[in-house]
Design a protein around this ligand. Structure first.
Ligand code: SF4
Length: 338
């Protein structure tokens, strides 16, 4: 299949139906052994220092891997993608724009999907068949999510990796399904996480720290049991059509739609504290004001840029946050016993 780069989660069912293999450029960038190199490719080409590292990384991947077609989301993801698209065009890359509707409306989504199918010379009927084929993969991703928060046998990192990979199913949905089935089987043989582990929610775009943040939390007695956007990539709500599926997906829409989903999950998953990750120079960082206004739980905001590992400064902040949560848990326990 011909590869098509994607800049975020998009209706991949249409791409697959049209004979393309979607490649999530973000995942290639962050999984690279040396992501700094890819950022440097973009900076050498003239991307400003105060541009988000994900955008620069995507550009670097396109150049290094000679991606020749990219589906760029122009509404519902990133304000920088429009200009990235123009630069990619300048480099001779074919770009296909896709705009999520302004609000989660199934009628408008249907039109946007039809338009995309027409552009790629396929039909929504064909894409709906792909939706059926991908169902087992999506169900497995959600099973792993349950094994994380409900059954306590999957780690926050495993949860992050498999849910974030649902944007393109690691470019091979058959291997994804096989490997995830094996992991789920393995999880079922494991001992439960001890109940004294703090339960953390991670909200916001995936971080540039990759595995480091999850591992550091676990080594300090806390684990992530809710990865907000990664879970959205797996499409957590059952739907009877593609339009319905992508209307229930909260990421492209208003932050208040995300907040509704987050609030429900925080309660359901018995969260002790929230980490809100924001990327330097990203418009989404302003949303921290809204999350803090709505908060009922302690929240730690971490801003990352192009340090791909946790710095000592960040580790200290994470430790202090964990300390606050542990003390608060102890006090609640004492109060309950009195
Ligand atoms: S982190 Fe923000 S600025 Fe960077 S690519 Fe994502 S949405 Fe765009």
């Amino acid at each position: 299949m011909k590869k098509i780069g994607i800049t975020t989660t998009v209706p991949i069912e249409i791409l697959l139906a049209a004979g393309y293999q979607p490649v999530d450029l973000n995942n290639i960038f962050i999984a690279d052994a040396n992501p700094e190199r890819l950022v440097a490719v973009a900076e050498k080409a003239g991307f400003p220092l105060n541009c988000c590292s994900w955008i620069k990384g995507i550009y670097g991947v396109c150049m290094e891997q000679r991606i020749d077609t990219v589906l760029c989301v122009t509404t519902g993801d990133c304000s920088n993608t429009v200009m990235l698209m123009e630069v990619l065009k300048l480099r001779g890359i074919k770009t296909i724009p896709f705009a999520f509707p302004e609000r989660p409306d199934a009628g408008q989504m249907q039109k946007a999907l039809e338009e995309l199918a027409k552009t790629l010379d396929t039909t929504l009927d064909a894409a709906d068949k792909v939706r059926e084929q991908l169902k087992p993969c999506r169900q497995l991703a959600l099973k792993l999510d349950e094994l994380t928060w409900k059954e306590g046998v999957a780690s926050g990192l495993e949860n992050h990796l498999w849910l974030v990979a649902a944007s393109d199913f690691n470019q091979d949905c058959h291997s994804y399904q096989r490997e995830l089935e094996a992991l789920i089987e393995q999880c079922r043989q494991r001992q439960l996480y001890p109940p004294d582990y703090l339960r953390i929610a991670y909200i916001g775009v995936p971080s540039v720290y990759g595995k480091d943040l999850y591992k550091y939390l676990e080594s300090n007695g806390a684990r992530v049991v809710f990865n907000e956007i990664q879970r959205q990539f797996a499409m957590p709500h059952p739907a009877s059509s593609l339009a319905e599926q992508y209307t229930g997906y909260t990421y492209p829409y208003s932050i208040y739609d995300r907040l509704k989903d987050i609030t429900t999950e925080l309660e359901k998953r018995r969260i002790d504290g929230v980490i809100h990750y924001v990327q330097a120079f990203c418009h989404r960082g302003i949303g921290d004001i809204i999350f803090r206004d709505a908060r009922k739980l302690p929240i730690l905001t971490l801003e990352g840029n192009d340090d791909f590992l946790l710095t000592q400064h960040l580790k200290t902040r994470v430790e202090a946050f964990i300390d606050i949560l542990q003390r608060s848990r102890r006090q609640t326990k004492i109060a309950e016993e009195v």
